[in-house]
Ligand binder design. Structure first.
Ligand code: PLP
Length: 374
């Protein structure tokens, strides 16, 4: 299967927004009223299905959709859960971890950061030690898949260190949810944040929070923002099934279709298997061309791969990007501060045959540029 057969769009090999199926885009060709029974049923259904994907159920857990991109949902989660006077431990090993620090700073939330080098996994023992050293750190937040490098943090060990110490755990699983199994209750995650347009393969415009219900219900009055308040968002959904403010109706229509397609692909394990195949194809072809990855093999993930820029002075990323884009393939700049990289995502509605075509185009562009690798 190849995705280009159904669309004239360029293929997106990025961290998001991602390529979506034609049927997901088509599902948006409706106008629904926000109070209409059809829409309320749609929201109800999506929320239940999200819980199932996270391996949890009502009433102990609740799924809360929130308008905006993923960052809005992360900001809402942090700003709602951490009370005034509360203190947050932020675990970082890349640009998306850095964004968590920025959110805490803007919201004026007291925080301690525990930094690990980019490309090195967060170490659960050090997390435990940091929590033991400061009893005030009642909240912990981290990024599951650091989309800047592609590295997946060892969530089970970290969650264990947090849970056994009775602290509250928030996880930015934006780029991993839908691709990797995340059993929220088994791991002891209090709040998981993702969005419609990454591995769920919906369109952008809605953040998705899966949380222990009691945790959110205890947060009345915490939020520093009116619109980014998960407590009142959940209360509104409980009371009348509605969003408090204009809901992204088209985005939710697309998400329902995307969730059907996720089921048909065999759920998270089926989708994850395709991403693994995509990435395997990418690595084989890129290595044949002489590219090297930023991460060692054992740390690579099926989500996204950071490649080192070729050393040949004839290589120019802007030209490379442009030439690929003209051929219908969109890649992404790097986001690693200690190495010059570019990124190729293997998530979204793209298939191994699309990866081969991308790599054939890369070979062509390198030849045109006169770049010699290896
Ligand atoms: C994509 C992503 C986000 C959200 O980014 P937006 O641009 O706000 O959608 C947050 N965290 C991670 C790890 C991501 O990959």
């Amino acid at each position: 299967m190849s995705s280009t057969t159904q669309s004239l769009d360029k293929l997106l090999f990025t961290p998001g927004p991602l390529s979506t199926s034609a049927s997901t885009k088509q599902a948006m060709l409706r106008d629904l009223g926000s109070r209409d029974l059809e829409f309320l049923t749609l929201v109800r259904d999506i929320r239940t299905r999200l819980l199932r994907l996270a391996d949890v159920a009502e009433p102990a857990y609740a799924a809360i959709p929130l308008q905006g991109s993923g960052t809005y949902a992360v900001e809402a989660a942090i700003g709602t859960v951490v009370p005034r006077g509360g203190k947050l431990l932020i675990l970082t090993n890349g640009a998306y971890g850095e964004r968590l620090v920025k959110i805490a700073s803007v919201l004026e939330i007291a925080h301690t950061r525990l930094d690990f080098p980019e490309g090195e996994p967060i170490d659960a023992d050090q997390v435990g030690a940091a929590l033991d050293a400061d009893a005030a750190l009642a909240y912990v937040v981290l990024v599951h898949c650091e989309t800047s490098t592609g590295l997946i943090n060892p969530i089970a060990a970290i969650a264990d260190a947090v849970r056994t110490r009775g602290r509250c755990l928030l996880v930015d699983a934006m780029s991993s949810f839908g691709a990797l199994p995340i059993s929220v209750e088994t791991l002891g995650i209090d709040v998981l944040i993702t969005s419609a347009n990454k591995c769920l393969q919906g369109v952008p415009g809605c953040g998705l929070i899966i949380a222990r219900r009691a945790r959110i219900e205890a947060c009345a009055g915490h939020s520093r923002s009116l619109s980014l308040d998960l407590h009142t968002q959940l209360r509104g959904l409980d009371q009348d099934g509605q969003f408090r403010f204009t809901p992204p109706t088209h985005v939710l229509l697309a998400l329902a279709q995307a969730l059907d397609e996720l089921d048909r692909e065999g759920g998270i394990s089926g989708r994850g298997a395709r991403y693994v195949q995509n990435q395997r194809e990418l690595l084989a072809e890129m290595r044949r061309l002489g590219f090297r990855t930023f991460l060692p093999d054992a740390r690579l993930s099926p989500i996204i791969t950071s490649f080192l820029m070729p050393a040949d002075p004839k290589f120019d990323f802007t030209g490379f990007y442009q030439q690929l884009s003209e051929r219908g393939f969109v890649i992404y700049p790097g986001k690693v501060s200690r190495a010059d990289c570019f990124r190729i995502g293997t998530i979204g509605h793209v298939f191994p045959s699309d990866i081969s075509r991308l790599c054939a185009a890369i070979a062509e562009v390198l030849r045109d540029m006169g770049v010699a690798l290896s």
